[in-house]
Design a protein around this ligand. Structure first.
Ligand SMILES: NC(=O)c1ccc[n+]([C@@H]2O[C@H](COP(=O)([O-])OP(=O)(O)OC[C@H]3O[C@@H](n4cnc5c(N)ncnc54)[C@H](OP(=O)(O)O)[C@@H]3O)[C@@H](O)[C@H]2O)c1
Length: 284
């Protein structure tokens, strides 16, 4: 079967994937820039190597023991392709061609500053990797991870998503798909779009949150300019407002207003509804 190398293992999706791979008794090793911190975050049974996309000296030892890679680049970062490409070139030089790449749904609709997923997808194809490309919709966990303060303290959800809808997807469902594609045959040269079971607007998400949290949560439907101004006034670097606006405009522009059957067809299980994830995240 071959040993899997998991990048991004200490993050939201990586942690869920590590859990899924442990359950499958898969043969894998993970990489982190900070091994001690990763050891604290992950199950004790997990084998951890120091790994940094921007430090090629960390590639060498890993290259000797692995056959396939789960490749995830950091969020809120520009030019992820420039960060990751040296590692892809290294893999190619070692004839390690099986790569499951973590992209995003509608990545090609996020403007030229955020075209890194598209560029990496193209490189995987051009360089003849045995790729699988995962293109998840917006994570159901974003509300807990990025909007907790707004939701719990200000009673709002605040992203420039307009009135568009998205099929928010549970990262555990994404991880289940990733684990299957890494441990079974038949997924090379395939691209999967991963969504939850239902389409929801931010206004509808605010209603769901109100129901779950037993208090009124409002969606003020901010314009891009209002959103950027609020972030700037809160001291965020300008590029964060720009980045998030470009991302959330794909909801406003109805670029992600569809659900797919890919989670169920690959895992055999129906994807989890947003309400269940929100309840799990905020109440347990
Ligand atoms: N949020 C959404 O709704 C959404 C939807 C679709 C796609 N996406 C995509 O999801 C990805 C982010 O996933 P996530 O939220 O799970 O990430 P995350 O929780 O922020 O975790 C990021 C991971 O990247 C690792 N990392 C950061 N810099 C690194 C470097 N220089 N070398 C090696 N590893 C590095 C970190 O590991 P260490 O700190 O341990 O090194 C960490 O495990 C992005 O590519 C984004 O475009 C997001």
């Amino acid at each position: 079967m071959g040993k899997i190398f998991v990048t991004g293992a200490t993050g939201t999706n990586g942690k869920a994937l590590v859990e899924a791979l442990l359950k499958k008794n898969a043969d894998f090793v993970v990489g982190s820039r900070n091994v001690a911190e990763a050891q604290r975050i992950l199950d004790q049974a997990v084998d951890i190597r120091r790994f940094d996309f921007s430090d090629a000296t960390t590639y060498t030892e890993i290259g000797k023991e692995i056959d396939k890679v789960f490749l995830l680049g950091p969020p809120l970062t520009l030019k992820v392709d420039e960060l990751i490409n040296p590692f892809l070139d290294f893999l190619k030089s070692k004839k390690i061609t099986r790569v499951v790449y973590f992209s995003a749904m509608a990545a090609d609709k996020m403007g030229t500053k955020l075209d890194f997923h598209t560029k990496i997808e193209q490189k995987l194809k051009d360089d003849n990797f045995d790729y699988t490309i995962l293109k998840p919709s917006f994570f159901a966990q974003n509300f807990k991870n990025y909007e907790s303060e707004n939701i719990l303290e200000r009673n709002i959800v605040f992203m420039p998503a307009g009135n568009g809808k998205a099929g928010f997807v549970d990262v555990k469902d994404i991880a289940a798909v990733a684990a299957v594609t890494l441990t079974t045959e038949g997924h090379t040269k395939k691209t999967y779009e991963l969504t939850g079971p239902e389409l929801l607007s931010y206004k509808e998400v605010a209603s769901l949150l109100s129901e779950v949290l037993h208090k009124e949560i409002i969606y003020p439907n901010p314009s891009v300019d209002q959103f950027k101004e609020v972030l700037q006034n809160a001291g965020a670097p300008a590029f964060i407002g720009e980045y998030l606006s470009n991302v959330y405009q794909v909801i406003a522009n109805n670029e992600v207003n569809y659900v797919t059957n890919d989670v169920e067809s690959i895992t055999g299980k129906k994807p989890t509804a947003l309400k269940e994830v929100i309840t799990r995240d905020f109440l347990s």
